[in-house]
Design a protein around this ligand. Structure first.
Ligand code: ADP
Length: 584
């Protein structure tokens, strides 16, 4: 199988034809000055494909730098995907437009071949919120989509997998710090196979010192520069005239800087020490984030080639169990046959590995995986998820007993389903083992009492509540309710609510489901992906589209307000008409 991997920049197209299974590279190269060609990217790709005519291309994998919050993994490209990538342009104005130009050109030139987008950001999409959150006013952050995403995902994930294979240990047991040091540079804490922290943030400007980018700066410096130089010049300064080039004054290539430093050039010496110092700080921080580290991985042009820089970075990391063998470090030479070198000394507790990155192979493998997958595809319309805390519905007679004859519920706040509200009134639940006080009553009153609790609540109360759909309380569990005016010993009414989706007939038609169907809903892209099975579909014209789950269920997937899920369809292969797994 041949996958054409395209990495499209504004002025150049890097390409490879790769067999994703063997890793064999069948062709590779770079087309320069694309923007100066008459037909732009399309013309360049058409000519490129002519030159690759002897290779049968099964699919095209595109590197896309920014997938925003929408793309948590690779996708087969269609019109909606193109629109969504377009929507990420403000997050990566230098990269995404070029990536899109490459995709559009490839779709025109190879209309019958599947095209897949592989995002630099996707590997980091499950970082915990403490890593993605930027500590500014949360409303402002939400309004402008300000959060940390991370980049170089294909490289970090590739070297992590190679490290695990080399160490002959499952990746799910390893805590790795991957250092991708090229013109762009980033570090990544990979805990048991997952990115949990990375040094690049909302844009590829944060973090390590890079070839021409500054990496971390005090935001106060940015404000000052904006005032002094204006926004555009500050942008140019931080992105193009900073980093190794900015400090050294001799350009962005570390080879030149190292030569100059050897000759005693002060700026070059400083650039090298600042670069190493900044990364050493990150390594220490990431070891703390993961509570330890099993291996530090060096990759990228600098990481793979600069013996002196590697040596300098790991100096003083012996407290982490790092010990580098100087000879092994000097002799390290990566080849196609040996793409991983262990440069650790004999007594090292933490390995230091030098690994050849291969983002193109990773993109080819992702493309093949996506196309071959026994597919579960998800509907494109997300379902909002509401998390129901324990609550109580009362009938008229019970209300009279608990709150006094003729008493009424008063509105505390409206809830999402039309006409329903959380009331100001609360009751206490008393079980054989324990009690839970202050449980809110939802209004208006109903024809039957219904008390909805989670499994955790059951253990506390010491009761077994059956899982039931709303209204199905016959034969459910007993419970004592205490109100301000009286107590009632209910023979039934206590349930653990069955997870369900409210939807209108129009929604039901959209998803191809009917009232009473059982479906699966997938929650992807958060810290803990989960597919909820046995979700009951409830259709009524007065409903608002919303899935209801309890707090235990939400905690299992670490969901919070604003979470959404997607209906899962089982299909034999892509692309085909979806068929829903439904049981009545
Ligand atoms: P990119 O991020 O553009 O893909 P690379 O990963 O190819 O960049 O890294 C390019 C950088 O690697 C060069 O700018 C240079 O600084 C550095 N580099 C490459 N070879 C060596 C070497 N032998 N010694 C020191 N630095 C090197």
């Amino acid at each position: 199988m041949n996958i054409l991997v395209i990495n499209c920049g504004s002025s150049s197209i890097k390409y490879q034809v790769v067999d994703p299974d063997s890793g064999e590279q069948r062709a590779a190269g770079k087309v320069e000055r694309v923007s100066e060609m008459a037909g732009g990217h399309k013309q360049a790709l058409a000519e490129l494909l002519k030159s690759l005519a002897q290779h049968e291309i099964s699919a095209v994998g595109h590197r896309v730098v920014h997938g925003g919050s929408d793309f948590t993994e690779s996708v087969v490209i269609d019109d909606d995907v193109l629109t969504a990538i377009e929507a990420c342009v403000p997050l990566a104005p230098l990269h995404n437009p070029a990536n899109l130009a490459g995709i559009r050109a490839a779709m025109e030139v190879l209309p019958a071949v599947a095209q897949v987008a592989v995002f630099d950001t996707a590997f980091h999409s499950r970082m915990p919120r403490r890593s993605t959150t930027i500590a500014i006013d949360s409303d402002t952050a939400k309004e402008f989509g300000i959060r940390r995403y991370g980049f170089h995902g294909s490289s970090h994930s590739h070297v992590a997998q190679r490290a695990a294979a080399f160490l002959k240990r499952p990746i799910s047991e390893l805590r790795l710090i991957s250092c991708h040091l090229g013109n762009g540079a980033s570090a990544c804490a990979i805990e048991y196979g997952r990115s949990v922290e990375t040094s690049m943030g909302m844009t590829p400007l944060e973090g390590l010192v890079m070839g021409t980018r500054s990496g971390d700066v005090d935001p106060g410096v940015v404000l000052r520069l904006c005032r002094e130089l204006g926004i555009d010049e500050t942008d140019t300064l931080l992105n193009r005239n900073s980093g190794l080039a900015g400090i050294s004054g001799v350009g962005n290539d570390l080879r030149d800087i190292e030569s100059k430093a050897a000759e005693g050039h002060e700026g070059s010496r400083l650039a090298i020490t600042v670069f190493a110092h900044q990364l050493r700080k990150y390594i220490g921080a990431y070891a703390a984030v993961m509570g330890g580290v099993d291996a530090i991985l060096f990759t990228g042009g600098i990481g793979q080639n600069s013996v002196a820089m590697r040596q300098r970075i790991v100096q003083r990391l012996d407290f982490l169990g790092v010990q580098v063998d100087e000879d092994a470090n000097r002799d390290c030479k990566l080849t196609a046959q040996q793409d991983v070198w262990d440069i650790s000394g004999e007594t090292a507790r933490t390995r230091v590995l030098v690994i050849a990155t291969n983002e193109e192979l990773k993109i080819a493998q992702e493309t093949a995986r996506l196309l071959a997958k026994e597919n579960h595809v998800v509907s494109e319309k997300a379902i909002p998820i509401a998390i129901s805390a324990r609550h109580v519905h009362l009938d008229r007679a019970t209300m009279d007993i608990l709150f006094g004859e003729g008493s009424e519920l008063t509105v505390y706040k409206e809830i999402s389903q039309p006409g329903q509200y959380a009331s100001e009134q609360r009751v206490n639940l008393v079980g054989p083992r324990n009690r839970i006080d202050g449980v809110r009553i939802l209004g208006p009153l109903r024809s039957k009492n219904q008390i909805e609790i989670s499994r955790t609540d059951e253990y506390k109360l010491g009761v077994d509540a059956p899982i039931r759909g709303s209204g199905k309380v016959a034969g459910s569990a007993p419970i004592i309710l205490e109100g301000p005016k009286g107590t009632i010993n209910l023979k039934e009414g206590l349930i653990c609510a069955r997870r369900h989706i409210h939807m209108t007939p129009a929604d039901a038609e959209h998803y191809g489901v009917s009232h009473g169907d059982e479906v699966e809903v997938a929650v992807c892209g958060g810290p803990r992906d989960l597919v909820y099975g046995d979700v009951l579909v409830r259709v009524k014209s007065s409903y608002l589209l919303e899935m209801h789950i309890d707090t235990d269920e939400a905690n299992a997937a670490e969901l919070s307000r604003g979470a959404t899920g997607e209906l899962v369809y089982e299909v034999p292969s892509v692309p085909v008409v979806a068929t829903l797994r439904s049981r009545r």
